[in-house]
Design a protein around this ligand. Structure first.
Ligand code: ZN
Length: 240
């Protein structure tokens, strides 16, 4: 698969209500995420909470290989039916990339089965992300570490199940550490959580961050879409 089909979903609230966020992301975080992926040749569709079926129709999900999710203020407004559809598609092989404050989204918490709670502080201090799995496809081209000059701080304990693969660990100027790039398998699907991306900082305009997201799309798409999630079945013996 050379170019997986991407659906970027964004609740699209802060960009419309907060001038500082609109200045950074005038067309929405979803369009800022989409631009470098389109330049790299990926077919990208975008969807927002205000659209019919909250942008998460059966057709929209069936037409994607990887779903990228950004949410913060409106997690509770995402309909349970939409979460159910996304969950079913992920188990059927749809890749899911969960960004920043979407750690608290219904879909991520459902897939993880834990609270997904963490510590946080919006102080705009420096973050350094260390690559702890240099041979992992999501780490390709990153080098040993990269920095973001100003970000929100997230700290442990991050209440997630042990990642199947841990790719990135963050250090923050305040002394905290955090598991910032975590990968899991769920059903036939692959899930990647990537920490950076607070809405008041220009994080998604930065090349290493864009690189991680593009790498994660390729990795998540490798699972391949199936007709359905794994099913329960009666098995005849293979040997007499
Ligand atoms: Zn944030």
């Amino acid at each position: 698969m050379s170019h997986p089909r991407i659906l970027i979903w964004n609740e699209f609230r802060h960009e419309r209500t907060t001038e500082a966020v609109r200045r950074l992301y005038p067309d929405g975080i979803h369009e800022a995420l989409a631009a470098p992926l389109r330049t790299a040749g990926f077919p990208v569709a975008t969807a927002t909470l205000e659209q019919p079926e909250q942008g998460l129709s059966e057709a929209a999900l069936a037409g994607a290989d990887v779903l990228i999710w950004w949410g913060h203020a409106a997690h509770g407004e995402v309909a349970d039916e939409a979460v159910e559809r996304v969950h079913r598609h992920v188990l059927g092989g749809l890749g899911l990339i969960v960004l920043h404050s979407a750690h608290y989204s219904k879909i991520f918490r459902r897939l993880m089965g834990t609270t997904c709670s963490l510590g946080w502080r919006v102080d705009g201090a420096r973050e350094r992300l260390w690559v702890v799995a240099p041979a992992h496809p999501i780490a390709e081209g990153l080098g040993p570490h990269f920095e973001i000059a100003a970000e929100e701080m997230y700290s442990e304990f991050f209440d997630i199940p042990e990642p199947d693969e841990l790719v990135l660990v963050s250090w923050f100027k305040g002394g905290e550490v955090f598991r910032s790039g975590c990968a899991w398998r769920r059903g036939f699907g692959r899930v990647f959580y990537f920490r950076p991306g607070h809405e008041t900082f220009p994080t998604y305009h930065q090349a290493p961050v864009q690189r991680v997201i593009a790498n994660a799309v390729r990795w998540a798409a490798q699972a391949g879409r199936r007709e359905a999630a794994p099913d329960n079945r009666r098995c005849a013996p293979l040997e007499a």
